[in-house]
Design a protein around this ligand. Structure first.
Ligand SMILES: CC(C)(COP(=O)(O)OP(=O)(O)OC[C@H]1O[C@@H](n2cnc3c(N)ncnc32)[C@H](O)[C@@H]1OP(=O)(O)O)[C@@H](O)C(=O)NCCC(=O)NCCS
Length: 246
C-alpha cells in the first residue's frame, strides 16, 4: 500500500513559507492569488512532510534534508516530480488540495507503480458534470451504493474523487495526443459499503484498446466532509500508441 499524508492547515504563519519553500517555489507562491496560495501551500506542505518521512526512513539514521532542500517541480503535464538538493528523486508523488485540506501520496515506481491522489469536498454535483463523469452502467452501481439513489452527492463525489486519482496516476504515462476523459475510466467495486462508508475492493479500469483492460487498484476514505482517494497504475503498464493523424 502506498504511503499517504493528510493535512489540514487553517492558517499560514509568516515564517512557514520561508522555511519550507525553495527560492523558485517561493517566487511562484508570491505570484499566486491569496486563495490559490493557501491551497497550493497546503499541497506542498503535505508532500514535503511525506517526502521527509520517506527520506528519514531511507536515510539510515541521518536527518532528512530540510523542506527547502526538497523541491516539487511540475512536469509539462502538470504532474509533480521531486528534486532533492537539485537531484531528481526516483519516486512517484501525487498531491491534491482543496481549501485548507491537503493530501499527498508516495509510491515506489518500480515496485508499486505510479500513484495518483485526490481530495474533494462532498457537495451537490452539477448534472452536466455528473454526465461527463459517469457511464450509464456506473449510475446503476452508484444507485446500489447509496440508499438515496444515484444522485446522492456523497456517492457522486466518491466516484469523482476515485476517477481523478486514477486520472493523475495515468495521465502522465500516456502520450499527450491520447485523450483521457473521466468517462473513459470505469469504476469496479467488489464489496459495497453502505450509507456513505467507503467501499472495498475498488479499482478504476482503463481500456486503452479493444480487448485490453488495465485495472488500477484504488481506495477511498471519508474524512469529515471530504472524500480522499488514491489509485495506482501498475509498473508494467505500456501506453497505447498515439492516434494516427487525419
Ligand atoms: C489536473 C487535474 C487532475 C487537477 O485536479 P484539481 O482538482 O484541479 O486539483 P487537485 O488539488 O486535485 O490537484 C492539483 C495537483 O495535481 C497535480 N497535477 C496537475 N496536473 C496533473 C497531471 N496531468 N497529472 C498528474 N497530476 C497532475 C499537480 O501536482 C497539482 O498541484 P499544483 O497545482 O499545486 O501543482 C484536473 O484539473 C483535471 O484536468 N482533471 C481532468 C479530468 C476532468 O476533466 N475533470 C473534470 C471533472 S469531469
Amino acid at each position: 500500500m502506498p504511503r499517504l499524508y493528510r493535512v489540514c492547515c487553517p492558517s499560514i504563519s509568516e515564517e512557514l513559507p520561508e522555511a519550507w519553500l525553495s527560492p523558485r517555489e517561493r517566487a511562484f507562491y508570491e505570484r499566486c492569488s491569496p486563495r490559490r496560495r493557501r491551497s497550493w501551500w497546503v499541497g506542498r506542505w503535505a508532500a514535503k512532510a511525506l517526502l521527509r518521512e520517506h527520506l528519514r526512513a531511507e536515510g539510515g539514521g541521518c536527518p532528512p534534508p530540510s523542506p527547502r532542500e526538497i523541491e516539487i517541480v511540475p512536469t509539462p503535464s502538470g504532474a509533480p516530480r521531486v528534486l532533492v538538493k537539485g537531484e531528481l528523486l526516483e519516486v512517484s508523488l501525487s498531491l491534491a488540495h482543496c481549501g485548507d485540506r491537503g493530501l499527498a501520496g508516495l509510491a515506489d515506481p518500480t515496485r508499486e507503480g505510479r500513484i495518483g491522489v485526490d481530495i474533494e469536498r462532498v457537495r451537490p454535483v452539477h448534472p452536466r458534470l455528473a454526465e461527463r463523469l459517469l457511464r450509464p452502467e456506473e449510475r446503476k452501481l452508484l444507485e446500489e451504493l447509496s440508499p438515496q439513489g444515484g444522485d446522492d452527492p456523497c456517492t457522486l463525489v466518491l466516484a469523482w474523487t476515485l476517477k481523478e486519482a486514477a486520472y493523475k496516476a495515468l495521465r502522465p504515462a500516456l502520450p499527450s495526443e491520447v485523450s483521457l476523459p473521466l468517462r473513459a475510466l470505469r469504476l469496479r467495486i467488489r464489496d459495497r459499503g453502505r450509507g456513505g462508508s467507503a467501499p472495498d475492493g475498488v479499482s478504476v479500469v482503463y481500456a486503452p484498446e479493444e480487448g485490453r483492460e488495465i485495472a488500477l487498484p484504488a481506495e477511498a476514505e471519508r474524512v469529515g466532509d471530504f472524500w480522499l482517494a488514491w489509485a495506482l497504475l501498475p509498473p508494467a503498464f505500456s501506453p497505447p500508441p498515439p492516434p494516427k493523424g487525419p
